[in-house]
Each structure stands twice: as structure tokens, then as C-alpha cells.
Design a protein around this ligand. Structure first.
Ligand SMILES: NC(=O)c1ccc[n+]([C@@H]2O[C@H](COP(=O)([O-])OP(=O)(O)OC[C@H]3O[C@@H](n4cnc5c(N)ncnc54)[C@H](OP(=O)(O)O)[C@@H]3O)[C@@H](O)[C@H]2O)c1
Length: 278
């Protein structure tokens, strides 16, 4: 007789994420933009995507692209997009994201999806012993840790988890949540703290599916910063080499793996899953 996990592997993958309200931070460029494009093609009619970042022009350009009818496009599938120009380090930014999400919500929504993607690398041109300024560190942690905790809490408060409606919270994590990189003290500290926060959430909320997804080295603005500004020569060289050898991943290929994880929905809630584990 086949075991349950073996049966799971033979079962066809669900084709969509359902009628979803999907909030994505940092949707203006890079990985967040790719996530918005991918999710738009995987949700069913009546879904809404809430796209948040500070760059209004980029968000509106993405909205116009997604609203165009076409295969896998929101326009064709009866999916709406809402743009929220917001700085997630500001309380009013979080309030606007949640208010827009509440206005977009209807009782027919089957799945709440929150993608905590917005983030920054921080100053990687210096070593730990130079970070004497508490305001600088606080400001980094505000974007990279506090904003994702408070936004997640606000979304869960607005749409209380219950067994009748799916709720998925994704943290865009990194290898740096697990491994120390010299001269990346802010980034590694932020990613480690943020990941633990989502692990605690997974323990507390059985009705919420929580995923810490580590997308791999992506060809984005953050990578340019990494290979240009890193103080540690070995880390700097490894990023420059990856770029020179064409080893960076596109946001689209990493995002495709994330979508597969979400469709399969078999990961352990709170797990750290790296693209290279898949
Ligand atoms: N690139 C990589 O190799 C890599 C590897 C592992 C993990 N990651 C993680 O993947 C995520 C996305 O990275 P990425 O490479 O796509 O970075 P990116 O190209 O620098 O994009 C960062 C996104 O965050 C948004 N953002 C930054 N500060 C914000 C603020 N205060 N309020 C609202 N939005 C803000 C930016 O939008 P605005 O500037 O318009 O606000 C932008 O959309 C990050 O969490 C990163 O740590 C990246």
C-alpha cells in the first residue's frame, strides 16, 4: 500500500491559488515585482493584488502591465490590482496598505496571501565595529524587521485566521538568516531576526501557513550594491564572480519555485526553504 507522502507525489499539482487577496511589499522592482507578475497568473477571477512600495511610477507601470488582457495576466482573469505608494517604515504607510486591503476584501475571498518582500542590504562597506550609531541601526531594523512584524500583525488583525479561509504569510528570507557574512552585519542580523519572528508566528497560529523562502542570488539592484560596496574582499569577490560567470538567478526562475511551493502547499509551516534545496 502507498504511504501518504508517496501518494502526495503522484497527485496532480493544484492549478491555482484560489480567489485571493494578495499583499506584496516591495512590488516596484526586483523579486517583489516578479512575485506580483507570477501571482497574477495563478489566482482566480475576483482576486485582488495590493502592490506596495515607495516608487509610485514603477508600481503604476506594473499595474498597467498586469491590467492588460493576455495569458496569465490579471486583466484577462478578472483580477484587480491596487497600488499603495507607501513607506513601510512609517505607521501611516502600514495603515494605508491595510486600509486598501480591507476595501478590496469581499466575503468571496478564499485565500489571504501576504508577501513580506521589501528590504534593504544596509551599509555593507563597513565592519561590525564601526556601527556605533544606534539611530542608524534602529533605522535599518525598522525597515527590515519591525515593518514586516507590524504589517503581518495588522493583516492578521484585519483578516483573522480561521479554518474556513486559507491564509499564507511569506517571508522573503536569505542564506544570511542562517550564515554570517563578514561586513554584512545589518543584513544578516535583520534576516535572522525576521526569520525567527515568522517561526514564532508559525508556532502560534496553526491556521496560518508560514514560509521563509530564500530565493538565491538574484540579478537585482540589491546584487549590484552587494558586488560594488561589500567591504569584505572574499565576499565581494564571490558576488563579482557569480555575476561574471552568469550564476545569478533571474527573479522569474526563483519566483517559479516559490509558486510551486505555494501550489503544492506541503511545506512545514515556519520552515526555511532555500531555492537550492528544491
Ligand atoms: N537580490 C538578492 O540576491 C537576494 C537574495 C536573497 C534574498 N533577497 C531578498 O529579496 C527581497 C527583494 O530583494 P531585491 O533583490 O528584489 O531588492 P531590490 O531590487 O532592492 O528591491 C527592494 C524592494 O523593496 C522596496 N522597499 C525598500 N525600502 C522600502 C520602504 N521603506 N518601504 C516600502 N518598500 C520599500 C523597494 O521599493 P521602493 O524603493 O520603490 O520603495 C523595492 O521594491 C529582499 O527582502 C531581499 O533581502 C534578495
Amino acid at each position: 500500500m502507498s504511504s501518504f507522502p508517496a501518494l502526495l507525489h503522484t497527485m496532480p499539482l493544484p492549478e491555482d491559488l484560489g480567489r485571493a487577496l494578495c499583499v506584496i511589499t516591495g512590488a516596484s522592482k526586483g523579486f517583489g515585482r516578479a512575485v506580483a507578475q507570477a501571482v497574477a497568473g495563478l489566482v482566480t477571477p475576483g482576486s485582488v493584488l495590493v502592490l506596495a512600495a515607495r516608487s509610485g511610477d514603477e508600481l503604476r507601470a506594473l499595474q498597467a502591465e498586469l491590467d492588460q488582457p493576455g495569458p496569465g495576466r490579471a486583466g484577462q482573469a478578472g483580477v484587480r490590482t491596487e497600488v499603495v505608494v507607501a513607506d513601510v517604515t512609517r505607521t501611516e504607510g502600514l495603515e494605508r496598505i491595510v486600509q486598501t486591503s480591507k476595501e478590496a476584501f469581499s466575503e468571496s475571498i478564499e485565500h489571504i496571501i501576504l508577501v513580506n518582500n521589501a528590504g534593504s542590504l544596509g551599509d555593507v562597506s563597513r565592519y561590525t565595529k564601526s556601527f556605533t550609531d544606534m539611530a542608524e541601526v534602529d533605522s535599518y531594523l525598522s525597515l527590515n524587521v519591525s515593518s514586516s512584524l507590524c504589517l503581518t500583525a495588522r493583516v492578521l488583525e484585519a483578516f483573522p485566521p480561521n479554518p474556513g479561509r486559507r491564509c499564507t504569510v511569506i517571508n522573503v528570507s536569505s542564506l544570511c538568516a542562517l550564515q554570517p557574512f563578514p561586513s554584512w552585519v545589518l543584513y544578516c542580523t535583520g534576516k535572522a531576526a525576521r526569520e525567527m519572528m515568522f517561526k514564532v508566528l508559525a508556532e502560534e497560529e496553526p491556521d496560518v501557513r508560514v514560509l521563509n523562502y530564500s530565493p538565491g542570488p538574484l540579478d537585482t539592484a540589491m546584487q549590484v550594491e552587494a558586488r560594488s560596496n561589500t567591504a569584505d574582499p572574499n565576499i565581494k569577490k564571490s558576488f563579482s564572480d557569480m555575476f561574471a560567470k552568469g550564476q545569478l538567478l533571474t527573479c522569474e526562475e526563483s519566483c517559479a519555485k516559490l509558486m510551486k511551493l505555494l501550489l503544492e502547499d506541503t511545506y512545514t509551516s515556519g520552515a526555511h526553504i532555500d531555492i537550492y534545496d528544491l
